[in-house]
Design a protein around this ligand. Sequence first.
Ligand SMILES: [Zn+2]
Length: 304
Amino acid sequence: MLPVLRQLGEQATQDHLPSALLLSGPRHLGKRQLAEQLRQILLCQNPKVLNACGECKSCLLSQGGAHPDSLTVEPEEAGKPIKIDQIRRLSEFVYARPQIAQRRVLIINPAEEMNLNAANALLKTLEEPAATTYLILLSHRPASLLPTIRSRCAQFPVGSPGAAVVREWLSQLQSGTAREAGLPGFEKAWQVSFGAPLRVLEYLGEEGNHSAYDEIIGEWESYLSGKADLFSIADLWSNRDTDELLTTLIAEIHQRATRDEGTGQNVIGSYQRLMEIARNHREKRNLNPSLQWEHWLMKSRESR
Ligand SMILES: [Zn+2]
């Protein structure tokens, strides 16, 4: 069990949990899953030590995703902000009495996607917490939250659980054959995932098939070797998930830099250009993605 879940679970079972929590850490660590586990413990009518019972009415409703005392606020569309209307609905929910459980539990994910109006509306709610409601904010970039929001939440940074725990978790998820084979590819997957369990899983695939990571690197390689042309790969990448592309390319460049020394300047250049793309993406600057990847790809070949 993750130390942070142990800590939160203990506080929850002793009724000492602060009413507003901020769970922060890089993407793909499993913050959402952690918050869901905590929510189930808080809503359970018969909680065991650090665990929901899994059998009571509350647990069954939680598992079906239809608990009346639970609410999750997320952007209505990917890439769009969380809007003030959504936070107003949340505030109504905060002050209403629980219907089935002893408490209500709300999750905002990711909190940094609230626009300024939404964030200010949330601030009012945080200033007057309701006794029976818990608010869990999740954030990949806590530094971009309003400082006043951060300071009203108890902060819990979530770190990597470490290779041994992730290997154990995966071997429970994977099919018999992959498990018996000792999770082939785990070492590589671990190295390129920066300790994030969900990225390791994504890399290995449910059945141990290497997935998007190898596809992306294969596409890059086919351009570098002249098998595919610049425009087709840039076009392909402009339709891929930008976060996934960025994390994959950053991890691969990191790998290559550790493997062969002597490529210093080239590697740094490619890396810096990726950081630039990441910054534009984060700040939602409306650039032409296809053009952006064309430029990156071209430079990556020049600098070889
Ligand atoms: Zn239960």
